[in-house]
Design a protein around this ligand. Sequence first.
Ligand code: MG
Length: 249
Amino acid sequence: MKKILFIGAVLSTIFLSAQTQLVAHRGFWKTNPNTAQNSIESLKNAQKLKVYGSELDVRMSKGGVLVVNHDEHINGVEVSETLFKDLKIEKLSNGEQIPTFESYLKQGKKSKIVKLIVELKPAKNPELENELVAKALKMVSDKKMQNRVEYISFSLNICKEIKKKNPKAIVQYLAGDQSPSEIKNLGIDGIDYHFNVFLEKQPTWLEEAKNLGLITNVWTVNDVAVYQKLVEMGVGFVTTDIPNELLKY
Ligand code: MG
């Protein structure tokens, strides 16, 4: 009996780990009507869908306040060159104030299911990137959200700095220019690459990454056929603007 239970446990672990999970890209904003990307509302929508994670983009204002915005500019104002007191006047397309990272964490904590996939955006120099990392990690730790947050970045420096400061943090690299073994050797946990890297440019990398025990993630998949192909190939996570559609498959 014990043996049967053990085999059952092993099989269910394999089955669960083989399931591709969804990450809502900049929250779930592609609703009807659309809401703003990276808004608190888009995070709430992702939480309602109960997907694995909701992705967000984090930048640092002049003076060191962390805000959630994809672009370096909001309504023509440059985030890194503007004090937060001036930045907070800027509105998203849905009328929300530009969210702080802190307000995002606060809303993120309300779901026990949906993780925050925090993209730390490259900054103008490594010193600013390291400051961004230090501030983000401290805020997550102060809010006791370490187990609710994973990190992604296009900056290899940012990925390495996160692992240096908190080896337990889960970190995935985005730029698609490092092989799975290079990422493994750097102590980074996974690769989150454009789907064309896995499907066309480097067709062996997905399998290599899985064999090395790396997390595998792809962005940004908004096509059902591409999604199904990647699921067949056994990718761990798919980042998408249409999580509601892909949940049906
Ligand atoms: Mg992003």
